[in-house]
Design a protein around this ligand. Structure first.
Ligand SMILES: [Zn+2]
Ligand SMILES: [Zn+2]
Length: 409
């Protein structure tokens, strides 16, 4: 449908639209010009050519405009309220959102049916742009559309502004030097976190976790309301992780977000001496959480093995030869079957070094992500095939350490 300039103009004047709402319907015909100024020109001129050249009057806004209910008279006040709320907060950029009376959106639809929507901009887009401009001037910060630190929501139905402070994501790598610490908070199985006799009223199965140790200084520093820990895989509770494992810590609704990464690393490391170390801290994003959760890094493990019978040099040699680029089948071990589906998974074992160490054996194993190393050694009563036990006789892993997370191959 062709756009009829003078018919559209006539209709808008008849319904008593304000200059801003008139101008918005001609938005794309006046490249880069303020909507109010466009409206003023259109109101004065009965042809597009004339409107393009005429002078701008004072922009006429009014409370009884049928298309905006006078919202554009309130954008200044909304921006001011937002600036006040933002004043106590760390943020680099913001996004503005708005809520308007639904009846206005219905009327906007009807208008477009009447005069065509070829050159228009929607009401809400115009409102948030105007508030954003004013808020930018008031705060000296910029609008950001994809990853804003904070969203200011202007509710024109109540006249109120509220803030949605977006999470701060922190990337880092950790080492776990001590056994017996789970990676994430583990709620008591009996009371599910409420606290009971069994968990000594802590609500937790373990006193501390990698998550809590790392998060604590960040929670204090940022004043965040909550946190989530996203590890790139996890080691067993009774295994150490001596290689650097990537993680992202998500801090929810932080009041402070400008952090000195060196200082934060020092704080974590000094509060967790002998347990946890972190390094390479920096700002991260939701996308990186997805990436590190999906990443399937090879790992190199050290395993200390006890055999029921003395292992012969021949048997040791056979294990080394067998598990070079070997595909193994692992049925879900009993010990994790409460949280993982019972399936048979194929995993690659890339290589094994094996040597005698006193009465025990020491293995260094490079394996694909998701391989169960304890079961690779013991055979897990035939659930993992083949296994070290096929060659060494009954044996088990008594100590497991992650030596390296190969996160850059
Ligand atoms: Zn209006
Ligand atoms: Zn409990």
């Amino acid at each position: 449908m062709d756009f009829d300039y003078s018919a559209a103009r006539k209709h808008l004047l008849e319904i008593g639209a304000c200059d801003r709402c008139i101008g918005r319907q001609f938005h794309r015909l006046f490249e880069g010009m303020d909507q109010g100024a466009i409206g003023s020109k259109v109101r004065q001129s009965n042809s597009l050519a004339e409107a393009r050249h005429c002078e701008t009057d004072k922009v006429a806004l009014k409370k009884d405009c049928p298309l905006c209910s006078g919202y554009f008279l309130e954008t200044d006040a909304m921006a001011k309220k937002a600036a006040e709320l933002l004043a106590g907060l760390d943020y680099e950029n913001f996004l503005v959102g708005c809520r308007v009376d639904r009846a206005l959106l219905g009327r906007e639809e009807e208008l477009w049916v009447e005069i065509g929507a070829l050159h228009c901009e929607p009401l809400k887009k115009d409102l948030v742009r105007q508030i954003g401009l004013e808020l930018g001037k008031a705060t000296g910060k910029e609008a950001e559309f994809t990853h804003p630190d904070v969203t200011a929501l202007a509710d024109f139905t109540t006249g109120k502004v509220s803030l949605n402070i977006h999470a701060l994501f922190v990337y880092g790598k950790y080492k776990k030097l001590l056994r017996g610490i789970p990676q994430t908070k583990w709620f008591c199985r009996r009371c599910r976190g409420r606290g009971c006799k069994e968990c000594n009223f802590t609500g937790k199965m373990y006193e501390e976790s990698v998550e809590e140790i790392i998060a604590k200084p960040f929670m204090e520093k940022t004043g965040a309301k909550g946190e989530k820990f996203h590890g790139s895989g996890r080691e067993d509770i009774d295994a150490t992780c001596l290689g650097w494992r990537p993680f992202v810590l998500e801090l929810q609704q932080p009041l402070r977000r400008f952090l000195d990464w060196e200082e934060m690393a020092k704080e974590v490391n000094s509060s967790a001496t002998g347990k946890i170390e972190v390094q390479k801290l920096r700002k991260s994003s939701k996308e990186e959480v997805r990436r590190i959760k999906a990443a399937r890094h090879d790992k190199t493990y050290e395993a200390i093995i006890e055999c029921e019978n003395d292992a012969s040099d021949e048997a040791i040699e056979s294990v080394i030869n067998e598990f070079q680029e070997k595909e193994i089948s692992q049925r879900t071990p009993d010990r994790v079957s409460h949280r993982r589906a019972d399936l048979v998974r194929k995993r690659a074992i890339h290589g094994v070094e094996l040597e005698k160490k006193g009465l025990r054996l020491r293995a260094v194993i490079r394996a694909e992500a998701g391989a169960y190393i304890k079961e690779l050694i013991s055979g897990d009563s035939g659930r993992t095939k083949p296994s070290f036990a096929d060659f060494l006789g009954p044996c088990k892993c008594v100590e497991l350490n992650v030596l390296e997370v190969h996160d850059n191959v």
